[in-house]
Write a protein that binds this ligand. Structure first.
Ligand code: NAD
Length: 310
């Protein structure tokens, strides 16, 4: 008996990397899996169904059920066909894992319009389009009187939540995705649908191609040493978020190796206040209290410590 017997799951971008591990983990728990992957290169060029088919083959080899899907998740019609594919093939849909993504890193002054647009498109539309199509399906089920117990897992990143320089397009999209997830939680709760986001950290094509990061990701030579960067370490928590008994919703978690850590949402902190409009002289005197915990050197340079993968 698997924890997800009879459940139907879509994992976008599951031809390789983290998504592939998520798909294998869902299948190992008895879920039927739609393995979606456009199959382009790391910057999103081209398409190839082979990676998705390879994941399906591996799931079938372990006795699981899966089907390959080559839709582009950032295309509205493609995302609708993806949701329909799950329902037509396996009869229902219980969990959507939005995971597909690309990178086109560049500092802002050198970033082209296309580098901005393509990354925003794949991540933001690529999360929004399948989510909307799935939510329309679940809302109809709820209207028809069905007791819906469904969930969406979104993929954000410390690159966005901790604001990594050199990744303005990707970071902006990933922060937006964390907010999208919280809004989904608020809008879909009435239909029996939960929504959470994870910020993973793992060794994949995406991270090994990031300058300065690859050397930190090496697999330990000693097989008895825990390989914290193995992408498969992230997947159990994704499966947990999809369990019918899981009640989490509107949350965001960092997941790496054996560590799962909750992010606090944006939180109001230091305040200055008066009962009339501020003058510039008053602000000169009092506004520095708003960042009083920050060393002057950091304020001057705008530097904050950030550690991000992608
Ligand atoms: P990856 O490149 O190995 O896998 C991403 C997959 O998404 C690829 O197989 C690609 O073909 C697919 N894809 C890209 N665009 C698509 C589209 N339009 N439609 C369908 N499929 C598409 O990268 P990964 O590291 O496994 O990344 C998975 C997710 O995790 C991404 O959203 C990424 O931003 C996020 N992430 C990864 C890390 C990390 O440490 N690896 C850190 C933070 C966030």
């Amino acid at each position: 008996m698997g924890a997800l017997d009879g459940r139907v799951v879509i994992v976008t971008g599951s031809g390789r990397g983290l998504g592939r591990e998520h798909a294998l983990a869902f299948a190992a728990e008895g879920a039927s899996v739609v393995v979606n992957d456009l199959g382009g290169d790391a910057v999103g060029e081209g398409s190839d169904l082979t990676p998705a088919q390879a994941t399906v083959k591996d799931i079938e080899a372990m006795g699981g059920r899966a089907v390959a899907d080559g839709e582009d998740v950032s295309d509205a019609a493609g995302a609708e066909r993806l949701i329909r594919h799950a329902i037509d093939e396996f009869g229902d849909l219980h969990t959507l894992v939005n995971n597909a993504g690309i990178l086109r890193d560049r500092v802002i002054i050198n970033m082209t319009d296309d580098e901005w647009d393509s990354v925003i498109r794949v991540h933001m539309r690529g999360h929004f389009m399948p989510t909307r199509a799935a939510a329309i399906y679940w809302r109809q089920q709820a209207k028809d009187g069905k007791d819906v117990n469904a969930s969406v897992v979104h993929t954000t990143s410390t690159s966005g939540l901790n604001a990594n320089s050199g990744q303005a397009n990707y970071g902006a999209a990933k922060s937006a995705i964390a907010t999208l997830s919280q809004i989904c939680s608020k809008e879909f709760g009435r239909y029996g649908v939960r929504s959470n986001a994870i910020a993973p950290a793992a060794r994949t094509r995406m991270t090994t191609s990031t300058p300065g990061l690859a050397e930190h990701l090496a697999e330990p030579e000693d097989p008895s040493v825990f390989d914290v960067w193995n992408a498969a370490n992230v997947s159990p928590f994704i499966v947990y978020l999809a369990l019918p008994e899981c009640t989490f919703t509107g949350e965001t978690f960092f997941v790496q190796g054996g560590r799962v850590q909750r992010f606090q949402p944006w939180t109001l902190s230091e305040v200055i206040e008066k009962d009339s409009k501020w003058t510039l002289d008053e602000l000169r005197a009092q506004a520095p209290q708003l960042v009083s915990g920050t060393p002057a050197s950091e304020v001057a340079s705008g530097q904050r410590a950030t550690r991000a993968t992608t």
